[in-house]
Design a protein around this ligand. Structure first.
Ligand code: NAD
Ligand code: TYD
Length: 351
């Protein structure tokens, strides 16, 4: 029986990946290693937590000896590494946390894999999940390709770029079998309401202002989270060791346009009269160093591995809003306590 380690499986994307692997691979043990930070929530996985091929391990990837111990105990064949600090605004407030988790944590996992596999790499894989933000910021034209030079602009993207470089260095230096994928912005169920879409849904439900950074002209390329999980599964099955794959939905939106669509969809679903939520839009001080535009060219994964997004954006946004409306208790629970302190700190100086 093969043992697959997924890190960060209690988080937004990780929980969708864990669910997919647990349901798909009944003959393999799926281990979910997660520290359960503010962003990790085992409630995301209640539907699969009792399956016999699923094991949760609570732990910190920054703790190297703990990581060595669990590798020795469970002898993982595959690592799918998602655990990270993931929010740009938090990286501006506290960059060191990002260096610890995203860089040191990744190197601990690389070291443990190298030690455990000890030069015998048949059927082994270290698959590192990264972001398009490592490529920097685009102006109006062009796309990020797999060979676009790295040019990270925020402490978050600098820490992810660094971890990507370490992953490649371990392949080049020690022959570790690695794959990296770089995905565009995800949206969908279970995303912590600090990121744009769930934050704005939560604020609309509480009739709070919608804080648009700058003029709302920044552009992001949005992919439904289940389609990202499916892309990760496709790469796990068919990806070539040593390769990088860009993942995206060819779905660019200017923030303000996206926010207006979101307001309209929520208004329709909760029975508000048209235009109600748009009135909550408030322009606030821009994010420091705010990347203007991200856009992924996803032709490689589409042409070589046959993956494609399954959902159009309108359908994805509808499903996302439905999930938050059906899971108001989840939203209430994750936004109590320390979330309120975070919100105050992030937004009180932006007025
Ligand atoms: P998230 O913040 O929702 O979840 C991160 C998870 O990692 C949480 O469960 C958290 O508890 C866990 N974690 C954090 N620090 C840890 C530590 N030291 N040890 C063990 N576990 C720890 O993040 P997400 O949005 O699901 O992103 C997952 C991965 O995908 C990240 O590597 C991120 O860089 C990448 N990514 C995210 C997006 C996006 O739009 N969200 C896009 C592309 C790539
Ligand atoms: P976010 O969801 O934080 O993702 P990222 O910064 O990784 O792309 O932000 C998406 C876009 O929305 C980004 O251009 C910043 C903007 N934004 C706001 O205008 N207001 C907000 O309160 C937040 C959280 C983001």
């Amino acid at each position: 029986m093969k043992n697959i380690l997924i890190t960060g499986g209690a988080g937004f994307i990780g929980s969708h990946v864990v669910r997919l692997f647990v349901n798909e691979y009944k003959d393999r043990q799926i281990f979910n290693l997660d520290k359960l930070t503010y962003a990790g929530n085992l409630e995301n996985l209640t539907d699969i937590e009792n399956k016999s091929n699923y094991t949760f391990i609570k732990g910190d990837i920054v703790d190297g000896s703990f990581i060595d111990e669990i590798f020795e105990k469970y002898n993982f064949d595959t690592v799918i590494h998602l655990a990270a600090e993931s929010h740009v605004d938090r990286s501006i407030t506290n960059p060191l946390e990002f260096i610890h988790t995203n860089i040191v944590g990744t190197v601990n996992l690389l070291n443990a894999s190298k030690k455990q596999w000890d030069g015998s790499f048949t059927d082994k894989l270290f698959y590192h999940i990264s972001t398009d933000e490592v490529y920097g910021s685009l102006d109006d034209g062009g796309f990020f390709f797999e060979n676009t030079p790295y040019d990270p602009q925020s402490p978050y993207s600098a820490s992810k770029a660094s971890s990507d470089h370490f992953v490649r260095a371990y392949q080049n230096t020690f022959g570790l079998p690695v794959i990296i994928s770089n995905c565009s912005n995800n949206y969908g169920p279970n995303q912590f309401p600090e990121k744009l879409i769930p934050l704005f849904i939560n604020n609309i439900l509480h009739e709070k202002s919608l804080p648009v950074y700058g003029k709302g002209e920044n552009v992001r390329d949005w992919l439904y989270v289940v389609d990202h999980a499916k892309a990760i599964h496709t790469i796990f099955q068919k990806g070539k060791v040593g390769e990088t794959y860009n993942i995206g939905g060819f779905n660019e939106w200017k923030n303000l346009d996206l926010i207006k669509v979101l307001c309209k969809v929520v208004d329709e679903k909760i029975g508000n009269s048209p235009g109600t939520s748009e009135k909550l839009i408030t322009y606030v001080k821009d994010r420091a160093g705010h990347d203007l535009r991200y856009a992924i060219d996803a032709n490689k994964i589409m042409n070589e591995l046959g993956w494609e997004p399954s959902l159009q954006f309108e359908e994805g946004i509808g499903k996302t809003v439905d999930w938050y409306l059906e899971n108001k208790e989840w939203l209430e629970r994750v936004t109590s306590g320390t979330y309120l302190d975070y919100y105050k700190e992030q937004y009180q100086n932006r007025k």
